[in-house]
Design a protein around this ligand. Structure first.
Ligand SMILES: C[S@@+](CC[C@H](N)C(=O)[O-])C[C@H]1O[C@@H](n2cnc3c(N)ncnc32)[C@H](O)[C@@H]1O
Length: 249
């Protein structure tokens, strides 16, 4: 008897296998040669006023082959980056990329973006690129981004707007998996990438009470740069200041 036999009301879980796990090499190739590199925009958006302090912890969610985690570790060698992904094969590729480029400040972890293994308010900055296209619970991920960011922390989110350029790689992943697996496997990714309309993207990002939220778009991508409101100092809240009276008594 399996678990779902015990609870007939439970929803049928998504298939456990992932196209990204099965055809990791193909996605890594697309990431390297087909998709745009937003590293300069990410750095400018996440750290607009001054360079990040040493030890700043940046997360990349759904990092795939670790493209941004590695690029950002290279550009900002004094920060710490962690890429998280559900695909073990892509994480292995990401780790070997970080070794190849000698990036000791760049690590990777197997984790689900819907349930991040970090405590509330513990992360300085987050990058999410091309992830909402394929996940079932987008709001759950935005919730998690908001939860783990520290007050004043920022996130950069980039999602494609172009149906063809986006759907082609996913459709090709499905085709490859069919050609290389007999019988054809079942994968949790949708058959078609879910390219969000601008109003849907805006509504998704606005599900959280950001301190500031900036949305932009060009021909291929839409972007959100959000900041969690900085912590308000106790004085500003009208609470009594605690003075240290050294040697007064
Ligand atoms: C379309 S790729 C994007 C990869 C990379 N961010 C980029 O810009 O190319 C989506 C990645 O998200 C991963 N992924 C899918 N669902 C996830 C989840 N719930 N938690 C973490 N990673 C997930 C997949 O394994 C895949 O590597």
């Amino acid at each position: 008897m399996n678990q779902s036999d015990c609870n007939p009301t439970e929803r049928t879980p998504a298939p456990p296998d992932s196209l990204f796990e099965r055809c990791a090499w193909f996605y890594a190739l697309c990431r390297e040669y087909l998709f745009r590199d937003h590293t300069p925009e990410i750095v400018q958006s996440l750290f607009p006023d001054e360079p990040p302090a040493p030890g700043t912890h940046l997360l990349e969610l759904g990092c795939g082959p670790g493209f941004y985690a590695c690029r950002l570790s290279e550009e900002l060698p004094h920060i710490r980056t962690t890429g998280i992904d559900l695909s073990h094969n892509l994480i292995r590729r990401a780790q070997s990329r970080a070794r190849k480029f000698r990036l000791p400040n760049c690590t990777f972890k197997h984790a689900d973006a819907h349930a991040l293994p970090y405590s509330t308010g513990s992360i300085d900055a987050i990058v999410v690129s091309r992830l909402f296209l394929i996940v079932p619970d987008k709001e759950g991920i935005v919730d998690e981004v908001f939860r783990v960011l520290r007050p004043g922390g920022r996130c950069f989110i980039a999602e494609p707007t172009s149906g063809f350029r986006t759907r082609f790689p996913l459709a090709f992943l499905w085709l490859l998996s069919r050609l290389t697996t007999v019988p054809a496997g079942k994968y949790r990714e949708p058959q078609q990438a879910d390219v969000m309309s601008r109003p849907d993207f805006e509504a998704l990002i606005a599900t959280q009470p950001w301190g500031s939220m900036q949305l932009e778009a060009d021909n291929w991508y839409q972007y959100a740069v959000c900041q969690k409101a900085p912590a308000v100092p106790a004085q500003a809240l009208g609470q009594p200041r605690v003075l240290e009276l050294r040697g007064a008594f």
